[in-house]
Design a protein around this ligand. Structure first.
Ligand code: ZN
Length: 204
């Protein structure tokens, strides 16, 4: 039975429920049947004090030994580009905490996969790279290969899986590195699973 690798809502299939703001941490920590992930989504980066986040992450990860980290990442779309500096600062806080606590980090990337790749590569060089999941993955084969070399896993939802080039785009990612997600569309979970199985069977 496949679980939901990245969502913001409870899912009877189980999986990881990611926070989007610090106010959200208590909710995800107490959602039955789900593994919580603590973080601040890049869309909310400007609302958070970096030092406060760093202290809180360490504390919450210590208190929740099976929790993951996220959602974090970079969003360079027009609506969010103005906060990129703060997004980068918070991203490093999340990556650092995840590395110290040995947790998986959920990464969001919009117009930012190449920059995320160079940040992760730099951490790999310094031996401070945590395990990472790239959610809603829609990057090129070349980028996928480089992220795979860093040990990354990927998750995709109905939006990505129903893309006309999905079969071609995801065919080269090994089975044990690509997983389904419902993200912010819990009602799409059954369709996501159906599309994911089609992709696996190569029928699409
Ligand atoms: Zn998400």
């Amino acid at each position: 039975m496949l679980k939901d690798y990245h969502t913001h809502h409870p899912n009877p299939a189980g999986g990881t429920i990611c926070a989007v703001t610090m106010d959200d941490w208590e909710r995800v920590a107490t959602t039955p049947g789900m593994r919580p992930a603590f973080g601040v989504h890049p869309w909310h980066a400007h609302e958070v004090d970096a030092a406060e986040l760093a202290f809180a992450l360490d504390e919450w990860l210590s208190r929740h030994p099976s929790a993951e980290v996220g959602e974090t990442g970079l969003d360079a779309a027009d609506a969010h580009a103005a906060t990129l500096e703060q997004q980068r600062l918070l991203l490093h806080i999340h990556l650092g905490a995840a590395f110290r606590h040995d947790r998986l980090v959920h990464l969001h990337g919009v117009r930012a996969w190449p920059e995320l790749l160079s940040i992760l590569k730099e951490r790999a060089r310094c031996n401070t790279l945590p395990r990472v999941l790239l959610h809603a993955w829609n990057g090129s084969h070349e980028l996928a290969r480089e992220f795979l070399a860093l040990g990354a896993i990927f998750s995709v939802g109905a939006r990505e899986l129903s893309h006309s080039r999905a079969q071609e785009r995801y065919a080269r990612i090994p089975e044990n590195r690509l997983f389904p997600e419902s993200d912010d569309a819990p009602k799409e979970w059954p369709r996501t699973l159906a599309l994911f199985r089609l992709l696996r069977s190569g029928l699409k």
